[in-house]
Structure formats: C-alpha cells, structure tokens
Write a protein of this length. Structure first.
Length: 407
C-alpha cells in the first residue's frame, strides 16, 4: 500500500477491523435475499507525512450511491452548530449579497439554507442524488457531482470564484485528498477563505473511537498532516478551532499562500500540541488495535450476560459508526432486536452486515426494551434527553465507546 498523499510505502497496520460491508449500504427486505458485498477494513499510518488512511478497496462512486441515506438535517445539535457557523462567518468574513459561498458535500442543504435565509448567494456540490434533490427542494442551487479539479475549473469559469468555501465532514471522505485540495485552490478568490471541519485524529486515538473507521472515511487527519497537504497545494492555514462535534473535530481556515489573512497563534499552538501528543511518533499508534478489541469484548460480554438474564436489548441511531462496531463485534439481531432511527429514509430497512431492522422511534414504547445501546455516542446527551420518559419508566442506556457505561 502506498500513501495517498506522499506516495511513501506503508507497511504497518494501525487498525484491522476484518471485513465489513460499506457502512451506509442499508438493505431493503429484498436485498436480504441477495449476496452482500464485504470489503477489508484496514487502516495504516504513513511514517513520512503521518496521514492515517484506509487501504483502498472500493471506489468512492460505489460508496456514495444515488440512494445514500445519510441526512445531515437529522440531528438538531448539528443544525444548531451549523447555524452558529453561518452567523459567525458572515460577520467574520464580511459576506453580503454580492458574495459567493460554496459548499462541498452540501448534503440535504442543512447548512446552505441559513445563507439563503440571509440572501447570500450560495452554491452546493453534492454527488449523491437523493440528498441533492432534497436540497434543491429547499430552493438551493446544487451541482450533483463529485468535486474534481476539472469540475472546479468549470465552476470558476461559469459561476466565478468563491469568497468562502465550506467543507464539513468531507475532507476525510475524499479518496484523492491532493486533487480535492487543488480543487479548493482553483475555486477560491484571492482573499477568500476555505473552512474545513473534520474529526481530529488526536481525539480518535485518545477517545478510542475505532468505530469512526469505515470505508467512506478514507483519511484520519491530524492538523500537522493537513498543514503539509495545504502547503503542497499552494495554500496555507491561518486559523484553527477545536470543536466538540463528532467526538472532537478541528475547523481550519485556509487561504491562498499570498493572501492577506494573518496567521493566528492557534496554528503554532495546535502544531505544538500534536507534537507533544506524539502524532509524529509511531509508538502513539501501536496499541490502538488492542484497545478496539477490548471494547468489542466488553460489549459482547455485557450483551451475552443480559441475554442470559432474559433482558431485551435494542439500539438507537442507525449511524455509520454503529455499523462498524456491530460488524466488528459480529453482533446480529439475536443480541440486538431492533435499532431505532429518526431518518425516514432508513426506517424499515436493515443495517448492513448485522441485518438488524431499523424502526421509527415511535415504536420504542411498543417494543419495550430493557436496554437501549446508543450507537452514535457523540450525540448521546441529545438522544437520552429526547427519550427521558423511557428512562423514568426504568429503561437503561448503554454506551460502548470509549468504555462500557450503563446509564
Ligand atoms: Zn504519506
């Protein structure tokens, strides 16, 4: 395997989760009668540029298919986060009715809608047809394609360059991170700003978040590595913020190398923080596999114990990270009867691999589980709060990552 960024040979394994189906490949009842495709799910570390990356087995267009079911608008916490960002960026970067905001992976328009409300011209790029159509239904302009350098050139000629380019949770999802970064360079105005949010590798390691590893996630990014990828593309990062989203993310602000933006002290601070943490020391990556296996074994032990006690366990949140955990642990519907999820696009389908049926949360009362395993632990507070009436009547919640917890 060769590094996607610097082409160095990678000969180590950071994490090996065996074989798994793509995390967002939800199945219909009919699909259950067909062969399901499994791919190796293995992650290595480049000792030259420290890009942590999955081995490339599946092309991206096989992952982000036209019925890709992930809808960003499904989480209230996330919507609030995005609205705050829109307000912040309008005042921070002086955006107005003559500006252009461009979002890559605009999904169902969860973010651009807030720019539209403020009459700031915006354009989304979204490869999955299903989500792109929802965004179009909100009156947003969407280009239904993957961002490539070629598309970037076409857009900059036909629509002009952008004052602000946003990419939330897309940078880690692009297979060719170099080409993607060059595309951003093609699209940005002389003093424009690129804002990217991605889960921080440092939190993944310290929080044992092995379940955030899935095929759609090609890269696991440190600030150190992103700084060097930007530099190679003729860009630079002038500010970085730490966010609580997705178990701990970074928001970076980048610009063209010679642009007017002054470098904030946060840039040097974050580089120092990662150096002290050991991002550029291979020993930091050594014990991750062991930690993932311990979490898996603890969860399995608990589920088997509860089964023997005749307790009924179900799950909440049909998120990608849940599928990684369930498939790595080999959990099926004998241990977890159903999973509940608010997204209507997922309801009455089945989780890939585990084949656990997804139901509307309105069915929780009738199903009456003793325990509910919360799969998207990053929004567990929001979920527990919304289900507080069940908690009062005795239902317990289980969280598996970073350590087994019963609430
Ligand atoms: Zn590399």
């Amino acid at each position: 395997m060769f590094c996607r960024n610097c082409n160095s040979k990678i000969n180590n394994t950071f994490l090996d989760l065996g074989h798994a189906p793509p995390s967002n490949a939800y199945l219909s009842k009919n699909d259950l009668l067909k062969v399901e495709r499994y791919f190796p799910l293995k992650v290595g570390v480049c000792k030259n540029c420290w890009l942590v990356q999955t081995e490339d087995f599946i092309a991206a267009d096989n992952l982000f298919t036209k019925d890709y079911a992930y809808l960003s608008s499904a989480s209230e916490t996330w919507l609030k986060h995005c609205k705050n960002f829109v307000d912040y960026s309008i005042s921070e970067f002086n955006l107005h009715s003559k500006s252009l905001v461009l979002e890559v992976a605009s999904n169902d328009g969860y973010l651009l809608q807030y720019f539209k409300f403020k009459d700031i011209p915006c354009l989304g790029i979204e490869p999955t047809e299903y989500t792109a159509n929802i965004a179009k239904g909100k009156g947003l302009n969407i280009i239904n394609e993957f961002l490539t350098r070629k598309l970037a050139k076409e857009i900059s000629l036909s629509k002009g360059k952008a004052d602000l380019i946003i990419g939330n949770n897309v940078y880690a999802h692009v297979p060719d991170i170099k080409d993607f970064t060059h595309s951003l360079k093609v699209l940005i105005k002389e003093n424009g700003v690129i804002s990217l949010e991605f889960p921080h590798l440092m939190n993944l390691i310290s929080g044992k978040q092995f379940d955030t590893v899935y095929h759609e996630h090609f890269s696991y990014l440190s600030f150190t590595t992103v700084v060097s990828i930007f530099k190679d593309a003729g860009l630079r990062i002038f500010n970085v913020q730490e966010l609580d989203t997705h178990g701990g993310s970074l928001r970076i602000f980048g610009c063209l190398k010679d642009s007017i933006h002054k470098e904030n002290i946060s840039v040097k601070r974050m580089l120092d923080k990662e150096l002290i943490f050991g991002i550029t020391n291979i020993k930091t990556y050594d014990s991750f596999q062991e930690q993932a296996e311990l979490i898996k074994n603890n969860l399995l032990g608990l589920l088997i114990k509860l089964k023997k006690e005749n307790k009924v366990v179900m799950a909440y949140g049909a998120a990608a990270k849940g599928n990684t955990l369930l498939n790595f642990a080999g959990i099926k519907s004998d241990l977890i009867r159903f999973v509940f999820d608010n997204a209507t696009s997922k309801q009455n389908k089945y989780l890939p691999g585990s084949h656990i049926k997804i139901l509307n949360p309105s069915e929780i009362k009738r199903s009456n589980p003793d325990y509910l395993l919360i799969l998207p632990w990053n929004i567990s507070n929001e979920i527990i709060e919304s289900l507080s009436k069940f908690k009062e009547s005795g239902m317990k919640f289980i969280i598996a990552v970073p350590n087994i917890k019963i609430i």
